[in-house]
Design a protein around this ligand. Sequence first.
Ligand code: ADP
Ligand code: ADP
Length: 219
Amino acid sequence: MDLILFGPPGAGKGTQSKFLVEALSIPQISTGDMMRTERKSGSELGKQFDSYMTQGHLVPDALTIGLLKRRLEQPDAAKGAIFDGFPRTLAQAEALDALLAGMGRKIDRVLALDVPADVIVDRISGRRSCEACGQVYHVRYSPPPSSGRCGSCGSDRIVQRDDDREEKVRTRHAVYLENTLPILERYSKMASGSRVVSKIDGTGSVEEVTRRIAAALEK
Ligand code: ADP
Ligand code: ADP
C-alpha cells in the first residue's frame, strides 16, 4: 500500500502517521523530518535546505525528489510507504508516480485532512517539537512531560520550530494553497471512479480523527 497523507501545515499529518505506521506496517516518509535531520547533522546537503525552511518556502524540487528517491530505495519501504508532506508540488507528484511505476507500484490512497484555518492556527501555534528526536507535542492538547524532558528520548530540548512562528506560518499556508493544493485535483482526476482520494474531517481529538481514517481505509 502506498498512501499519501495530505493536508496543510499543522493539520495533523505527522500525528496521524503514527497510527498508520502501526496499522499498515509500512514506514512513514516525511520529507520535513528528513530535512530537519539533515540540517541538524550539519551536512552540506542540510545547509542547502536552511534558508528555504527557515523562511517557510519550499525546498527546490530537484533536491527534494533526490532525497525522496534515496529513501524509497531503502529495504523497509519495499512494500509501501506513508508519504507525509510529500508531494508538495505537481512536479513532485509526477516524479513520485514515475518512481513508484518503476517499482511496479502506484499511489493507492490519498487521505486528505480537512481542517479549517482557525483550528490550524491553534494547532500550529501550540506545536512544540523535540529537537533531538522530532517527537511532536502541543502545549494544550498533548503537553510535554512536566519534567520538561522529552517523553520519547529524554532530551530537554523541546522547542518551537523556527518556522512555526506566526509570520512564517502564514507564508507556509500561502505556499500550500498555491503549490500543493492543486495536487489533490490531479489525484482526483486520475482516480476516475476508483476513489483514491478520501476527504477526512480533521477536526476533533486525535482519536476521533484516527477513527475516521480507519473507517475510510476499510472502504
Ligand atoms: P508541516 O509538518 O508543518 O507541514 P514539514 O515538516 O512537512 O511541515 O515541512 C517543513 C518545511 O520543510 C517546509 O516548509 C519546507 O521548507 C520543507 N519541506 C518539507 N517537505 C518538502 C517538500 N516535499 N518539498 C519542498 N519543501 C519541503
Ligand atoms: P502536520 O504534520 O500536518 O504539520 P502535526 O501532526 O505536527 O501536523 O500536528 C500539528 C500540531 O497539532 C501538533 O502540536 C499536534 O500535537 C497537534 N495536533 C495534531 N492533531 C491534533 C488533534 N486532532 N487535536 C488537537 N491537536 C492536534
